[in-house]
Design a protein around this ligand. Structure first.
Ligand code: SAH
Length: 396
């Protein structure tokens, strides 16, 4: 076999921000600190009852309003006829302030994928992507406006971090998607013989942002997703995937929550030399540390971990890298992990491209031959720039 070249990460058409020492800048602090209004979805069930009490209302008012929001997906006081007419509009405005304003939506030709562009109260923009698959409906949600992790192959990272999203801003993406589904706006074929109302069944934190850099809001949002209706969305933890660049202390914290949430590590390179350039946070936590943390996650939760690997032509798709990856995973045991390669999605200004079919197949073959379960992920939403790494939330 001929030796393949080694392309190094280099961006064209945009300048990667650097810190004082010349390393790619990592932003953990928000640029903009404008807090969105507090919403019922920011509060636990106990805090909601407290909230009602403070307003001099009976505790069950909070439950009534929650029911409208979490089961009927409405924030419209007109529809809440079980609340006293006097002061209803003001009360609902206080409990369920509008958090997301739809700016634009793009739909694929066959209608089974919708990308929403949302404006937050302070003008910050975020996106979510709704996808119908046979037997499930997945929403890819954002956890931050922008992202501070500065990965050069991801469109979101190019603009840096604006701010963390609140728990309710995260949850409201799901409520708005459920509303669109209930209104029949998501196309595609429904599962045969299925009846009753449909809603989002799976969440992936693979939209804009680094979820583990917004840890507390992420956990509050997840708890509200898990809370049975009418107090929450009654979703299943197994159907929620948290994806991270590898913030090791936060991964440990997440394992201690003992929730069977699905965990995904965006690895993209098994060697520190390349990963230092592809995933700038690798300067803090190396490949081995991130893999150890992923393995501990499996030990704590029993949930099989996913390794995300965007295949980039001649950069990280060499057969020796597949073998090194398999070796590092096998060293940490069997049956605890699977690999999800995904052909790189194009982003503005990047000179690199997805691996060839042949290189992709070879990469998968080598992993599988080493006993690592591997599934090629689809590039759903690419035609509307809604696929992984393409969310830039621009209005034009
Ligand atoms: N910050 C988190 C979640 C957002 S990105 C994380 O990095 O995991 C969700 C997934 O899309 C990650 O696995 C990310 O590495 C991947 N991704 C980013 N840019 C991509 C691109 N251009 N093509 C394919 N996948 C990409």
């Amino acid at each position: 076999m001929t030796d393949r070249p080694q392309v190094r990460p280099k961006a064209e058409g945009w300048q990667q921000q650097k810190d004082a020492s010349g390393k790619p800048l990592l932003q953990f602090t928000e640029v903009k600190k404008s807090k969105p209004p507090v919403h019922l979805a920011d509060l636990s069930v106990a805090e909601r009852a407290e909230w009602a009490k403070e307003l001099g209302l009976p505790g069950f008012r909070a439950k009534q309003i929650s029911t409208h929001y979490f089961t009927h997906y409405t924030s419209d006081p007109e529809q809440m006829t079980d609340l006293p007419q006097a002061g209803r509009a003001e009360l609902v405005q206080k409990a369920l302030p509008k958090l997301l304003t739809e700016v634009r939506r793009l739909t694929t030709d066959n209608g089974d994928t919708i990308k929403f562009l949302w404006k937050l109260h302070d003008g910050a923009l975020v996106e979510s992507v709704l996808m119908r698959y046979p037997g499930r409906i997945t929403l890819c949600v954002s956890s931050q406006a922008g992202c501070g992790m500065n990965c050069p192959f991801c469109a979101t990272g190019q603009a840096g971090l604006t701010r963390n999203m609140s728990a309710a801003e995260i949850v409201d993406q799901i409520v708005q998607a459920n509303k669109a589904i209930a209104n029949g706006e998501l196309g595609g074929k429904r599962k045969e013989n299925s009846e009753g109302p449909e809603r989002v069944s799976n969440i992936v934190f693979m939209g804009m942002g680094e979820p583990l850099a917004n840890y507390n809001k992420l956990m509050t949002a997840i708890r509200t997703m898990l809370e049975p209706q009418p107090d929450g969305l009654g979703m299943s933890a197994r159907n929620i995937t948290v994806s991270t660049v590898g913030l090791v202390p936060a991964i440990k914290k997440l394992s201690e929550e003992k929730l069977p949430v699905t965990f995904a590590l965006s690895l993209h390179a098994p060697d520190d030399e390349l990963r230092d350039e592809l995933i700038p946070v690798n300067s803090r936590w190396k490949v081995d540390e991130a893999l150890d943390a992923a393995r501990s996650y499996f030990d704590a939760t029993g949930r099989r971990v996913s390794i995300e690997y965007a295949l980039i032509k001649d950069m990280n798709d060499h057969p020796w890298r597949a073998e090194l990856l398999a070796k590092k995973l096998n060293e940490r045991g069997k049956g605890w992990v699977h690999v999800n390669p995904i052909p790189l999605n194009p982003t503005p200004g990047s000179i690199w491209t997805a691996s060839t079919k042949q290189a992709t197949n070879e990469f998968i073959y080598r992993l599988e031959a080493a006993g690592i379960p591997t599934t090629l992920r689809d590039t759903r939403g690419k035609e509307i720039d809604g696929a992984c790494g393409q969310l830039a939330a621009a209005t034009d």
